[in-house]
Design a binder for this molecule. Structure first.
Ligand code: AGP
Length: 372
């Protein structure tokens, strides 16, 4: 009913708007005033976490994209090798797991059969399984050794939005916690990240306040057949997520690529007026990547692409090559997905609406996939 949607036209729009609170709720009580992580619910003994020699993330769909981003954070902050695998592929390739493997199963619903079967397989091999889940008491957390709940609140729209952002927050918290338990040098970078996480809800809010041009752009592209998405580093999974949203909601052909792969094939797809969304990393931090992606933008634009560039505030270098420029607040590199994903959600939702689609219940999809 209209009341359940809180005045929004769809649950999806309501859930997009709820993201600042969802993010803040997921952080609540998990970082103390000294900036240390207090994840008491991670009931896997510290000794086990210290001895883990591999992390394997298993998930499906949007949760898999959260896992891809988690890999960057886990490896960077803990130096433990981390693999990310689609849950539906995992057990069929006879993966190498033992008691020193920490498996992270990410699931909004906690009922996804592919993820459940993968986690059962991991536990049978002696691995410890930690669930990141949004649904209290659901099957995946019940069958795991521990659970870190995301506090997004109920997500009704089939396309995941606030659950995804809170999965990212949970992954960052867990990566920092693993670093803390294992005695990673708590350097300036990690302090800056912890401080930034405390502010991130407000920054998501600021992004939401500037979405009108993104909506107008989405409406203007409603007649298109294809949209491509490019990113590097953590921007690559953001590109995959932007493409998935557009497939799910707008029923358009959409693909995400690692920008560095362009020249190895996908650049052949570029043609006149093809919309290409590019997620640009911060010019601070990994500036080499930034410069490489700017030259990717120049390359595709020279071949006629209509460039839709998501870049941090103050990054002027991209402006000359952007047909449309979407600004997001500056964040530490690893946290950029928390702000860069939001315009892509709004873009997909508006484009789907302009095409006359029902955004909360896309055709052929179910909120929770309980068959393999
Ligand atoms: C997200 O927009 C989709 N509904 C889908 O990809 C989803 O993320 C996937 O099915 C996994 O669901 P889960 O998080 O409930 O396990």
């Amino acid at each position: 009913s209209a009341a359940e949607k809180g005045g929004y036209a769809s649950f999806m729009l309501k859930e997009i708007a709820e993201q600042p609170k969802a993010v803040a709720d997921t952080l609540l009580g998990r970082i103390d005033t000294a900036g240390r992580l207090t994840l008491d619910e991670v009931r896997i003994p510290a000794a086990v976490l210290r001895e883990a020699d591999k992390v394997v993330v298993i998930a499906c769909g949007t949760a898999f994209h959260a896992g891809l981003i988690a890999k960057y954070a886990i490896e960077h902050w803990t130096r433990i090798p981390c693999e990310v695998e689609l849950a539906s592929e995992f057990r069929y390739r006879d993966p190498i797991l033992d008691r020193r493997t920490l498996v992270i199963a990410i699931s909004q619903s906690g009922e996804t059969m592919d993820t459940l079967m993968a986690l059962r397989h991991a536990r049978e091999q002696g691995a410890k399984v930690l669930a990141i889940c949004n649904t209290n008491g659901s099957t995946i957390p019940r069958e795991s050794d521990a659970v870190l709940y995301t506090h997004a609140g109920p997500e009704v729209a089939v396309a995941s939005t606030k659950a995804f952002l809170t999965q990212l927050v949970a992954c960052y918290l867990l990566a920092l916690y693993l670093g803390q338990v294992r005695g990673t040098k708590w350097g300036d970078e990690i302090h800056a990240v912890v401080r930034e996480l405390a502010r991130i809800g407000d920054e998501v809010d600021r992004v939401l306040e500037t979405m009108e041009p993104v909506r107008a752009l989405a409406r203007s592209l409603a007649h298109k057949d294809t949209v491509l998405f490019l990113g590097r580093h953590v921007g690559y999974p953001v590109a995959l997520e932007g493409a998935l949203k557009l497939k799910e909601l707008a029923y358009m052909h959409a693909e995400g690529f690692a920008a560095g792969e362009l020249k190895h094939g996908p650049i052949a797809l570029i043609e006149d007026d093809l919309p290409v969304v590019v997620v640009v990393p911060s010019p601070r931090g990994r500036s080499v990547l930034h410069d490489k992606i700017v030259s990717n933008i120049q390359e595709i634009r020279a071949r006629g692409a209509r460039t839709i560039v998501i870049a941090e505030e103050g990054d002027e270098s991209v402006a000359p090559y952007a047909d449309h420029l979407i600004r997001v607040p500056a964040t530490p590199t690893l946290l950029q997905p928390l702000v860069a994903t939001v315009p892509l959600q709004v873009f997909a939702c508006e484009l789907a609406t302009a095409r006359g689609n029902e955004v909360d219940q896309p055709r052929n999809l179910a909120k929770s996939v309980t068959v393999e």
